[in-house]
Design a protein around this ligand. Structure first.
Ligand code: ADP
Ligand code: MG
Length: 338
């Protein structure tokens, strides 16, 4: 008798969700990436109970066509890539077509969306099962509410940390995305209390101030430069402004917040001996490069990337930082003019 059989779609989605949806912050990250890919300029993130009770994300982006609404919740369904070639030149934050089905398999999801042409659509999907789809009056954009995360996966629910910890992880990802997209207005609130609101006017230093405070923003130096392959711009702190961990260094590649030890190390190297042992600068570094040079298809969460010319990029970054800090030292009263 045959012993091998294919798993049901719902079960397969739940298994996949284990990789993509680890905690409320992963839901927020995926939904924000979708809003940004849809060209939103205003994104509201409304949380209840650190996102465990509910996460609502409202964007004013492109919206989803009526016939695409249920398809968006199928695994490996995406509007962002079409063929193998596309995989090597990814310009969007998403491309795996996994987030919506994964999230919907472990939560209760209500989506209201409109492309601005005709009526909008509303979809209710819970534990991977579509409960209802109907047309709904909606303004252009997408409004998605994820409630009761992990209601049907008790082990996952139990693994969550305290609300304070889960909330801090959400705040962290929103902060980094807000700094990656200074042209977009981000508004974050938790249990009705505002935690972040950015202006969306393209001023990265202003966003840095919104996130880390104006006093710290005043101690940031602009760096920018490029070579044949890379364009770098951003802010690095004066050597006097340091932290006890590398966590305050954000490296963004083509608008994606990534974790890369070599690049972070290169930035720190630019400080030479100006930092005290065990202290690290604050920084936001935006790096633009041809998507061909970066492989983001390394891990489901897309935070790890492989760079083809990592050593060259590291060298450029070290040089830009060190030149900037060197020039500041030549102007003793330069600090006042920052
Ligand atoms: P991916 O982002 O990898 O394509 P998702 O599961 O996150 O996969 O989303 C599936 C599809 O649903 C996307 O490709 C996109 O077409 C559509 N979509 C999801 N969220 C939004 C949104 N906020 N605005 C417009 N379209 C969206
Ligand atoms: Mg996505």
């Amino acid at each position: 008798m045959a012993k091998i059989h294919e798993l049901s779609t719902i079960l397969a989605d739940q298994i996949a969700a284990g990789e993509v949806v680890e905690r409320p912050a992963s839901v927020v990250k995926e939904l924000l990436e979708n809003a940004l890919d849809a060209h939103a300029t205003q994104i509201d993130i409304l949380l209840e109970e650190a996102g465990v009770k509910s996460i609502q994300i409202v964007d004013n982006g492109d919206g989803i066509d009526s016939e695409d609404v249920p398809v968006a919740f199928r695994r490996h369904a995406t509007s962002k890539i079409h063929d193998r070639q596309d995989l090597f030149k990814i310009r969007t934050l998403g491309f795996r077509g996994e987030a919506l089905p994964s999230i919907a398999s472990v939560a209760d999801v209500r989506l209201v969306t409109s492309t601005g042409a005709g009526a909008g659509d509303e979809l209710h999907i819970s534990g991977g099962e579509i409960k209802e789809q109907k047309s709904a009056a909606a303004r252009k954009g997408t409004d998605i509410t994820v409630s009761d995360l992990f209601f049907n996966t008790p082990a996952r629910l139990k693994y969550l940390r305290s609300q304070a910890t889960e909330l801090s992880k959400i705040v962290d990802i929103v902060n980094r995305l807000a700094m990656s997209y200074p042209d977009v207005t981000f508004h974050l609130s938790h249990n009705g209390k505002d935690l972040l609101r950015t202006a969306g006017n393209g001023d990265l230093k202003q966003v840095f101030a919104d996130v880390y405070g104006i006093q710290n923003a005043r101690k940031m130096l602009a760096i920018n430069g490029s070579d044949n392959d890379f364009t770098i711009d951003g802010y690095v702190s004066l050597p006097e402004l340091t932290r006890a961990s590398r966590e305050y260094i954000s490296v963004l590649i083509n608008g994606r917040y990534i974790k890369n030890f070599a690049i972070t190390k290169a930035l720190i190297k630019g400080y030479g001996s100006k930092l005290m042992v065990g202290r690290f600068p604050m920084a936001v570094i935006n790096i633009k490069m041809d998507p061909l040079l970066v492989d983001v298809n390394v891990h489901p969460t897309k935070q790890e990337v492989r760079l083809s010319k990592e050593a060259e990029l590291a060298e450029l970054l070290t040089r830009l930082v060190s030149e900037k800090l060197g020039s500041i030292n030549l102007m003793p009263d330069g600090y006042q003019n920052l």
